[in-house]
Write a protein that binds this ligand. Structure first.
Ligand code: ADP
Length: 244
């Protein structure tokens, strides 16, 4: 298992948002976390990436116990995440964004001077990554001018710059129109090769199209787990959604 949690819990001033969760994510899988609003998906996601520290329980990532580790240490283990909120520099071009992300992955980021050879390598790699997410034509425009779906694609390129083994996507299709949703599904299908992907996703057609495994959360607990077909026909899941 690439990700394993045992008894993972998080309480906020007495309110338990994630309650004794035992999650196991298999290497190479796309694993979706779903559930009604307030089920604890985002909190669980933040526990996996070190943005929150658990109240109880353990998290292991690629065989390392990362319980309570800061996000930087988890990132160094080959884990990259995307955010629900776009977090870009309006005036920097797409190319500059990706080159900076690549520079940040090396020790060179701490130096004042970087050789031309290395800069050329970053330049070329940034071009490849932008091509991978379908933004090659826009490489020289400022990020502030992008449409919403394009900003999300750029963020994916920034996560891929880390060449992660594990990619965690927080609602990758949130707020998108049908066309961008379809484009994102195709994109995730392409970039999942050789990686494990965990995604929080509300759109069930996206889950159906991508996920090998689905964990349904309710009231901070795992309600049901299985393939998409197994969970969507489960009466407990239907009830949780209708009741939620
Ligand atoms: P989901 O992502 O499934 O919608 P969340 O993980 O965002 O659910 O939230 C689960 C529950 O925990 C909600 O009831 C939410 O109000 C609560 N919660 C989340 N973060 C905090 C926080 N920082 N402080 C207090 N309560 C929180």
């Amino acid at each position: 298992m690439v990700i394993e949690t045992s008894g993972l819990s998080k309480s906020f001033r007495g309110f338990t948002a994630v309650d004794r969760v035992d999650l196991a994510v298999e290497e190479g899988h796309v694993h979706a976390l779903v559930g009604p609003n307030g089920a604890g998906k985002t909190t669980l996601f933040n526990l996996l990436t070190g943005f929150l520290k658990p109240t109880a329980g353990r998290v292991s990532m690629a065989g390392h116990d990362i319980t309570g580790s800061p996000p930087e240490r988890i990132a160094r283990l080959g884990v990259a995440r995307s955010f629900q909120i776009t977090n870009l520099f309006e005036h920097l071009t797409l190319q500059q964004h990706v080159e900076l992300a690549l520079l940040g992955t090396t020790k060179l980021g701490h130096r004042f001077w970087v050789s031309d050879r290395v800069l050329t390598k970053f330049h070329d790699r940034a071009g490849e990554l932008l091509d991978e997410v379908g933004l090659a034509k826009l490489r020289d425009v400022p990020a502030g001018t992008l449409a919403y779906g394009q900003k999300r694609a750029l963020e994916l390129a920034l996560a891929l710059a880390l060449d992660p083994k594990v990619l965690l996507l927080d609602e990758p299709t949130a707020g998108m129109g049908l066309e961008d949703v379809e484009r994102t599904v195709e994109l995730v299908k392409r970039v999942r090769t050789g990686r494990t992907v965990v995604l929080v996703e509300h759109n069930m057609s996206v889950v159906a199209g991508l996920a090998d495994r689905v964990t349904v959360l309710q009231f901070g607990r795992i309600l049901v787990e299985g393939t998409y077909d197994e969970v969507r026909n489960d009466s407990r899941v239907i009830e949780a959604y209708l009741g939620g």
